[in-house]
Design a protein around this ligand. Structure first.
Ligand SMILES: Cc1cc2nc3c(=O)[nH]c(=O)nc-3n(C[C@H](O)[C@H](O)[C@H](O)COP(=O)(O)OP(=O)(O)OC[C@H]3O[C@@H](n4cnc5c(N)ncnc54)[C@H](O)[C@@H]3O)c2cc1C
Length: 412
């Protein structure tokens, strides 16, 4: 029986553990936190085959620079004298072109659809996590943004994604219960959503039943490597031996890989979310408010609002009030009846999206360390892509042919 240690118990680590255990491996997940509130919990819960264009794309740098000068905008890069930041920015710049987009779209679409199929399998057996296939509305207020969104929608449509182009009246027909102040929407009908907190709880319960050991509050001290293989993992909970190791530690993967002399380019993209309950009327469709990049997700009795991407380090846990105001203002502009108040900072969740400079996740066997696999860098799509990434990790480790081509999911 293969003995596997997974470092990181976010959604990527847990999905990897799930499919490995299903293949008969003995799996241990190690996490330095209490595994209750990381990036995989408070996110917007959207499953997005619609997102076929990676973050590194033409025009993104121009838009990013404009946003940098607006304190309430959804994007910011925290200036720092850091070689890692500089190296990441150079790579991001090099990848922000049409050629990169063209070669990324099909792999991303295939990974997304594979992941959605696996979510459907989970939901078929027991849907304790509010999985729903209502699609995603990209709501816009201005003609300019509408044109951009429709252009992307048409590309997606050509790639086999089910898309609806809605005018103001059609949006109103769909969202009957609430006044939506938008010019129109692109409706990605293939998208889905769920409650991330409930899905994580479901995964942990499944893993527990399958005999996967999950060790929380366990910090990695170092590795003992001999002849290009990890022999031992040294932690504050003692030493661990295994046949195979997986780094799935989100934006912390960089520092763990560094201990093994493996270079990863991943920076933290901090984002916020908060839930609002007891609303008299509320949106029933997940939406992105395009002009502010705000995510809106109905989660049972509550609605979760989320947004901002601040490129920073993962010690920067401060909640930026101006950016929070930016989210609240956009929500009230698009849904004027909601009248959402600025939440108290203690009620605001933050998480660090693990962002690569290509906008593509990394799912690969290390070239340097024989018994190391990396599954990280899923940025704003980690929940969406987790089951597929976990399944691919299990296939890589069990020496099986991968279900889809993973050539583009490599570290740069
Ligand atoms: C506001 C917001 C909204 C989002 N909305 C969506 C969405 O709608 N759909 C979507 O697909 N994605 C969304 N995302 C992105 C998604 O949440 C992430 O991509 C995903 O959670 C990343 O999962 P992960 O397992 O790679 O990392 P994480 O969830 O960060 O897990 C990494 C784990 O590694 C552990 N760790 C760190 N260092 C160590 C160490 N030294 N030793 C052991 N363990 C360690 C951490 O404690 C953590 O538990 C959103 C993110 C944000 C911030």
């Amino acid at each position: 029986m293969k003995n596997v240690i997974i470092i990181g118990g976010g959604i990527i680590g847990l999905c990897s553990a799930y499919y490995l255990a299903k293949e008969g491996a003995k799996v241990t997940v190690i996490d330095k936190s209490d595994m209750l509130d990381g990036c995989s919990y408070g996110n917007a819960g959207m499953i997005v085959p619609s997102h076929i264009i990676p973050m590194a794309q033409p025009g993104v740098i121009h838009q990013g620079i404009k946003w940098m000068f607006n304190a309430k905008s959804p994007f910011y890069i925290k200036p720092a004298l850091s070689i890692d930041l500089l190296a990441w920015l150079i790579q991001f710049y090099k990848n922000s072109n049409q050629e990169h987009v063209n070669k990324s779209m099909i792999p991303l679409r295939n990974l997304s659809f594979f992941s959605k199929e696996l979510y459907q399998d989970f939901a078929r057996s027991i849907n304790e996590f509010g999985y729903q296939e209502k699609g995603l509305l990209m709501l816009y207020k201005t003609e300019k943004v509408g044109e951009e969104e429709m252009k992307i929608g048409k590309i997606a449509e050509k790639m086999g994604i089910e898309v609806g182009f809605l005018d103001q009246r059609e949006v109103k027909k769909l969202e009957k219960d609430i006044n939506v102040d938008a010019l129109g929407a692109v409706h990605y009908k293939s998208d889905a959503h769920l409650s991330p907190n409930h899905f994580m709880a479901f995964l942990k319960a499944e893993l527990h039943e399958m005999g996967v050991e999950m060790i929380s509050n366990c910090s990695i001290v170092n590795f003992k490597v001999s002849e290009g293989k990890i022999e031992k993992l040294l932690t504050n909970h003692g030493n661990f031996k295994a046949d195979e190791f997986v780094i799935a530690a989100g934006s912390w993967s960089v520092e763990i890989a560094k201990k093994l002399g493996v270079k990863l380019h991943i920076l933290s993209g901090k984002g916020y979310s908060f839930n609002v309950e007891n609303l008299l009327s509320k949106p029933t469709f997940p939406a992105i408010l395009c002009e502010g990049k705000v995510a809106v997700t109905p989660l049972g009795e509550a609605v979760r609002f989320g947004g901002t991407l601040e490129i920073t380090n993962n010690k920067d846990t401060k909640i930026n009030i101006k950016r929070l105001q930016g989210i609240v203002e956009k929500v009230n502009q698009f849904y004027p009846d909601l009248k959402v108040d600025l939440p108290e900072t203690k009620k605001v969740w933050h998480g660090f999206r693990p962002c690569t400079p290509t906008g593509m996740p990394i799912i690969e066997k290390s070239k340097k360390i024989q018994n190391l696999t990396i599954a990280a860098g899923h940025a704003m799509m980690g929940l969406s892509l987790a089951p597929a990434s976990g399944k691919l990790v299990s296939e890589l480790l069990m020496g099986k042919k991968t279900s889809i081509d993973i050539t583009e999911f490599k570290s740069s």
